[in-house]
Design a binder for this molecule. Structure first.
Ligand SMILES: [Zn+2]
Length: 462
């Protein structure tokens, strides 16, 4: 276990991550390869390198810089990427893996769906769309998740996005929404706690398992269950921070967002959508600068409705037809919602919220693994965020938020997780969808084989 302090990230706690998880994945070439000529978008605040070069060896970047300034080791394979743009693979800080099986547009969540095979399928969907690391937001069963992480670290799992998860701590029968909870509760995926000592005990159990991030839910989801009392979540956050565990907090109202920030949550999940945020919330954001996963995509109209092939390509004809039949009607409130989203989003950003990627995928097939992330990023830019900032928020910053220092950037020593794009997303953020290839731990992902698998899925997956 290696620890490092987050100097520029949003977590107040010291985040930890297992180094073993970053070991080279099965299939990664060990010989050096030099990639030359592409525009490099580094993933942090540094300027793009217009004609760049980088060397990959044993699954990591060993040199990144201008073409001509980067030396190829003797015997290195040369790959010409002239005309392409390379950026880090995306890092997704908020997903719900395992329960969805792409059979109903309305979404489904069955406990029996959560198998290592289905989890892998979902991580492959993320990888197909260029996500190198993805974090489950507190709905995954803990033991199965720990085992999967071990298997992935031991390279016993085919290439896919690197799996992370938050342990979820909830009030009785609370937490995940009315779809997800049908899967989480039968599996006892969450720690259910009533009083503060139980909250602290749950955190202690998380710590004993070397899990470094937890998720809590504030509020009562419109009266669906009694909210977790403030004494309980304050105790949970206190116990977590004492043990270097970061806390992600679901909060959808102005009141809950203020409470989450005041209590010291490291990552705020969701944005206020039902009313304009006030100056007091903005001032709290300015003071504490939490990380913030907007997860807007879940409430947006699916791009599948517009026959966008980027979104439809990984879905079966049957589920596409079902999404179109049930999820694509005109929403008379769409314009009002959009206006409010934009005003609240920009106010949060201008107040200093540290935006990180998360799209709440895994609940409804119309907002699907991987493609939903591209939708989320484009929506930010549509609301006024510069594309360069959107890319940081989708790469290095979520990596920092998850305590991962070796993903999310094109930099010497980091994992060689990167996208080769046919067009520059700094010109148009939708160019993140122009994926020529995806590399994970230095190995090119066989995207065609994945597509073929999904097209030929058995009727139960169709
Ligand atoms: Zn969520």
């Amino acid at each position: 276990m290696q620890l490092w302090r987050l100097t520029v990230g949003c977590a107040v706690a010291i985040a930890a991550a297992s180094v073993a998880l970053h070991s080279q994945q099965r299939g990664a070439p060990s010989g050096a390869v030099i990639y030359e000529g592409a525009r490099l978008i580094v993933g942090d605040e540094s300027a793009p390198i217009e004609s760049g070069a980088f060397v990959v060896q044993n699954g990591r970047f060993t040199a990144v810089g201008r073409r001509g300034a980067v030396q190829a080791p003797a015997g290195a394979t040369r790959v010409d990427l002239t005309g392409k743009t390379v950026m880090p693979a995306l890092v997704n800080a908020h997903v719900h893996f395992g329960y969805e099986r792409f059979t109903k547009a309305a979404g489904e969540s069955l406990p029996e769906n959560f198998t290592p095979e289905n989890l892998l399928d979902h991580l492959q969907r993320e990888a197909f769309y260029g996500v190198g690391t993805a974090n489950d937001g507190g709905s995954a069963p803990v033991q199965l998740s720990l085992q999967f992480q071990q298997d992935q670290a031991a390279r016993n799992v085919p290439p896919a996005a690197q799996y992370w998860f938050n342990a979820g701590i909830v009030p009785p029968n609370g937490g995940p929404d009315n779809i997800l909870i049908k899967g989480t509760r039968p599996l006892h995926a969450n720690y259910e706690v009533i009083r503060a000592p139980e909250g602290r005990a749950a955190v202690q159990d998380v710590v004993a398992k070397n899990i470094t991030h937890i998720k809590i839910w504030l509020g009562d989801r419109g009266g669906a269950y009694p909210a977790m009392p403030w004494q309980v979540y304050e105790a949970i956050i206190d116990e977590a921070h004492k043990n270097r565990v970061a806390v992600h907090a679901h909060a959808t109202t102005i009141r809950d967002q203020k409470e989450a920030i005041r209590a010291g949550a490291d990552v705020l999940v969701h944005m206020v959508q039902n009313q304009p945020i006030d100056d007091e919330l903005a001032a709290l954001v300015k003071d504490k600068r939490p990380c913030w996963a907007t997860v807007i995509a879940l409430g947006d109209r699916s791009d599948v409705c517009d026959n966008d092939p980027f979104f439809a390509q990984s879905l079966s004809a049957r589920i596409i037809a079902d999404i179109k039949a049930t999820n694509c009607g005109a929403n008379p409130n769409a314009a009002t919602r959009e206006e409010r989203l934009k005003a609240n989003f920009m106010k949060m950003i201008e107040s200093g919220a540290r935006l990180i990627l998360g799209a709440d995928t895994g609940i409804r097939p119309g907002n699907a693994f991987g493609s939903g992330d591209h939708h989320e990023i484009a929506h930010w830019v549509q609301m006024g965020l510069p594309p360069a900032q959107a890319i940081i928020a989708a790469t290095s910053r979520p990596a920092e938020a998850l305590g991962l220092k070796d993903v999310g950037r094109l930099a010497e020593g980091t994992m060689a997780d990167f996208l080769v794009l046919n067009a520059n997303p700094l010109d148009d953020i939708r160019n993140t969808r122009q994926i020529a290839s995806v590399y994970l731990r230095g190995a090119r992902l066989d995207r065609d084989a994945l597509l073929a698998k999904w097209k030929n899925a058995s009727p139960s997956q169709d």
